[in-house]
Design a protein around this ligand. Structure first.
Ligand code: ADP
Ligand code: MG
Length: 863
């Protein structure tokens, strides 16, 4: 057996091999050690002589162990006995029947139902990137391609959107991705695998899908996409060891149809998870997801991550949502019904992957029934056109064949209804009524032979037999076959009895085998309907998303935004969809924004904590919501299409990455400047903060001018440098907004209202007071501020009335000239002496003793 084990293991070196032995899966050697460590199993020895480490788990609870190991990034190969042990000559034949990796888990029980489990393939060729991803639990298979000028920004954004559990990529992609995922703290939870593209990808795909050309998926000319698709499909197919995979088509999405949201933007805007990425709490998804089905939740997540750029599509979603805004009763009835619908997509996945059980089919049946009811309620509305006829067929099949409450296992019988299969009914009859039948034969034989004392008995050697006392032997008919002679009696058998005996004894095993066969026959039949069923799954998800968005719109008081091709952004009475949920009801102060071709650059000033970031993110979120077709938190909104949203926000999360804050800030800004168009929306929150004030102001000014003059994207630039308000004097499409502050001699109060005009000071010290800094510090900092402001006035005077915003090289020089001033003032005579002393020291000729003496001298000077 160990020889067989070693042979098999040799082919699956990179996997943990689950080797089936009776009711257990055993692991040996290294695998056993890993399993015992990761799963907390006891490590034993196979036998005392060989010392082979061994760990085992009962087969019926394997799924949870597999899920755990795979969750930790291991691959698991399942090796089964592939022949009946009773019939095996020598050692039972075994084979690996399936391999499970993080991206190809099929036991949906251990997956989050609201999250897709994706395997993603990435190929990079120069600046072109192809992505292909698959969720084998639902059969979804998508491909897309992108050009990334600075390979990385877009790609990481896309990876974050997809959130795969496993990535396959070639050598080049591997070295790039392992670095980038690490840098962006995305490595945990993604298993990165090196893989080479397969030869003849196109042929592989056309053969798999049994089609003439890939034109039917719209990817015929996309070589890199084809390669990526074939790479992951082949991987998945091979892991299934010859079993079918639920993938039936490739869906191509062009990145041109989708609003680009890079990684930073997705994170900054808390679209899916909060800033830590730990949970969906506090995210836009959290605000919007009141879906009733897991298909709905999964689809909503995709929809939120992929805002549309096609105005017609957006309007169609709005119409659908609008329909249910008006049909209140219908909407609530539908949502109530949606609750009864199980995860059809994943049941179909299980069906194809052959892991479906009786309970799944009953769940499918009930879901079909509810879906048909929904169909009736909607009276054929375009939003829920399903293949009712085929679905009824599936319903009837399951109804006819499967009992109402089948067991979990499909190998132990009890799944198939009485009356469906004659042989099964007979077998059940036999197994249930074996004794009665024997009694019946006994009576019949007594009557036939006239022997009153005829008895049917049973023993292990002969099975059932007829026993007749010696006295009655003459009356025994010819067809009785004598088997044994006892002192007082003879024992016989008759063919009928033997036939029956066989039936009774084998009935139980035969029932199990037959039911399993009938179940498989049924699942194969249902498989023929999988396209109708997959389509139903999608439509249920969509109906759920739409009714959900109407529900949320009403619940949260949203309005329908007007989407337009014009270049306009007008939001009146807007609110931040997330923050308004996090603070007491009604406390959010509404605000507005109006931007168009004439005014498209806002310099937003206001003290710290006054609401600048909130305001800007709010606008971005409302834009995103509008593009997914949702209603928005505002009194009125008119939104021109936005192709990309870029955000550059504060320093808080920069700690996560290895790069220095300022470096990171600038490289993000560079990406924005390279990628933004006049149709983009940009949020710049406090750029230039990572360096000195003058540096910062200079860079911020130059960046603003560039965006304003060269790009023309709608931009909101928040800053607490009130000096930047002067920008607007020079840039004709720029405007100052500020956050209203009420100030009296004791304190300041944030009114959170956005008004036109710039702030004239920074209020940093006031905020520090609010935060409870000691009084001394506040007084002292006020003094310092005063001196600094006096100095600034001097500089401004020196510039001869030139405006502050003209921080060109001239200003830089002036500032440099000013710098020694600082030094002179801060260095004392003693300090100067110390510096001189240190300069004069020749370390090479210094003895340890001298060094100590010098050190002493220095210390004295200081004291
Ligand atoms: P800033 O970016 O100016 O430092 P934030 O935007 O981070 O300030 O806002 C600080 C806090 O103020 C937010 O967390 C929120 O609780 C509150 N806030 C901001 N805007 C509003 C508003 N319009 N209405 C009510 N509270 C607000
Ligand atoms: Mg802020």
């Amino acid at each position: 057996m160990m020889k067989q084990y070693n042979e098999i293991k040799a082919d699956y070196k990179d996997s943990i091999l689950f080797y089936r032995m009776g009711d257990f899966y055993e692991m040996f050697y290294e695998d056993a050690k890993i399993a015992s460590k990761e799963l907390g199993l006891t490590l034993t020895k196979r036998n005392k002589k060989t010392d082979v480490p061994l760990a085992g788990i009962p087969y019926h609870s394997a799924a949870s162990y597999i899920a755990k190991l795979v969750g930790k990034g291991y691959k698991v190969a399942i090796c089964e006995q592939v022949e009946d042990p009773k019939q095996a000559k020598g050692i039972v034949k075994r084979d690996v029947i399936r391999i499970i990796t993080p991206g190809t888990i099929i036991d949906t029980e251990y997956l989050d139902e609201k999250v897709n489990n994706y395997l993603l393939g990435i190929l990079i060729d120069n600046k072109k990137i192809a992505l292909a991803y698959v969720d084998i639990t639902t059969g979804e298979f998508r491909v897309s391609e992108m050009n990334d000028e600075n390979v990385g920004y877009k790609l990481l954004g896309e990876i974050n959107k997809i959130s795969p559990k496993e990535i396959l990529t070639d050598d080049k992609g591997y070295s790039f991705l392992s670095q980038e995922l690490e840098n962006h703290r995305m490595k945990d939870g993604i298993s990165l695998q090196k893989m080479s593209a397969i030869r003849n990808s196109e042929k592989y795909l056309t053969e798999y899908f049994n089609i003439q050309s890939l034109e039917s998926f719209g990817i015929a000319d996309k070589e890199l996409v084809i390669k990526a698709a074939a790479m992951i499909l082949k991987y998945v197919v091979e892991l299934q060891k010859g079993k079918e995979v639920p993938v039936t088509k490739i869906t191509y999405t062009s990145s041109e149809d989708i609003m680009e949201l890079n990684l930073t933007t997705q994170k900054n805007l808390d679209i899916i998870s909060n800033w830590r990425g730990e949970s969906t709490n506090g995210s836009l998804l959290w605000v919007l997801d009141y879906c009733k089905s897991s298909m709905g939740s999964r689809l909503l997540k995709k929809i939120i991550k992929n805002p549309l750029l096609d105005i017609e599509k957006i309007k169609r979603r709005q119409e659908h949502i609008g329909f249910f805004i008006n049909e209140v009763l219908l909407r609530e009835e539908i949502r109530e019904k949606l609750k009864d619908i199980y995860d059809i997509e994943r049941i179909i996945g299980k069906l194809v992957l052959e892991t479906v059980n009786g309970r799944d089919l009953v769940a499918l049946k009930q879901s079909i029934r509810s879906s048909l009811e929904l169909y009736k309620m909607l009276k054929g509305h375009e939003l829920f056109k399903i293949d009712a006829e085929n679905l009824v067929n599936v319903y009837n099949l399951i109804e006819k064949i499967i009992v109402e409450d089948p067991p979990f296992s499909i190998r132990e019988g009890g799944i198939i209804r009485d009356g469906y299969n004659k042989e099964l009914d007979e077998l059940r009859d036999i197994s249930n009524h074996g004794k009665d039948y024997i009694l019946k034969i006994e009576t019949e034989e007594r009557e036939k032979t006239g022997i009153k004392g005829l008895k049917i008995k049973y023993n292990k050697v002969f099975g059932y037999f007829i026993e007749i006392t010696k006295a009655n032997v003459e009356n025994v008919p010819d067809y009785y076959i004598r088997k044994q002679t006892l002192t007082n009696a003879e024992r016989y058998i008759v063919p009928e009895l033997k036939t029956y005996e066989e039936k009774v004894l084998n009935a139980k095993t035969r029932i199990e085998t037959l039911e399993y066969y009938l179940f498989k026959e049924l699942t194969n039949e249902i498989k023929k309907y999988r396209e109708s069923l997959q389509d139903l799954g999608y439509k249920i998800g969509y109906l759920d998303v739409i009714t959900n968005l109407s529900h949320v719109a009403i619940k949260n008081g949203y309005v329908k935004p007007e989407i337009t091709e014009e270049s306009t952004l007008e939001i009146l009475g807007g609110r931040h969809p997330i923050i308004e949920k996090l603070i007491p009801v009604g406390e959010f102060v509404k605000n507005k924004v109006i931007l168009d071709d004439k005014k498209n650059f806002v310099v937003l000033t206001g003290p710290n904590m006054s609401g600048k970031s909130t305001y800007m993110k709010q606008i971005a979120l409302i834009i995103i919501m509008s593009h997914i077709g949702s209603y928005v938190p505002a009194d009125y909104a008119r939104i021109g299409l936005v192709d990309r949203i870029f955000t550059r926000i504060g320093a808080s999360d920069d700690l996560m990455t290895g790069q220095s804050t300022f470096m990171l800030e600038m490289s993000e800004v560079a990406n924005i400047l390279n990628s933004a168009t006049s149709k983009s929306f940009i949020i710049l929150d406090e750029i230039g903060r990572g360096t000195s004030t003058f540096d910062g102001i200079s860079i911020a000014t130059a960046i603003s001018e560039y965006i304003h003059d060269k790009i023309g994207a709608k931009t909101i630039f928040a800053t607490h440098y009130h000096e930047l308000t002067q920008l607007c004097d020079k840039l004709d499409r720029a405007e100052n907004y500020r956050i209203e502050v009420e100030e009296n001699d004791k304190e300041i109060k944030f009114l959170r209202e956005i008004v036109k005009g710039g702030a004239d000071k920074s209020y940093g010290i006031e905020v520090a007071r609010l935060a409870g800094l000691p009084k001394e510090i506040l007084i002292n900092s006020k003094k310092i501020l005063k001196t600094l402001e006096e100095r600034k006035n001097i500089i401004e005077k020196k510039l001869g009335g030139e405006q502050m915003m003209l921080f060109g090289s001239l200003v830089q020089e002036e500032i440099k000239k000013e710098e020694p001033l600082k030094e002179e003032k801060s260095i004392s005579k003693e300090e100067e002496l110390i510096i001189k002393l240190l300069r004069d020291v020749d370390i090479n000729s210094l003895t340890p003793m001298d060094a100590i003496i010098k050190l002493n001298e220095l210390k004295k000077l200081l004291n």
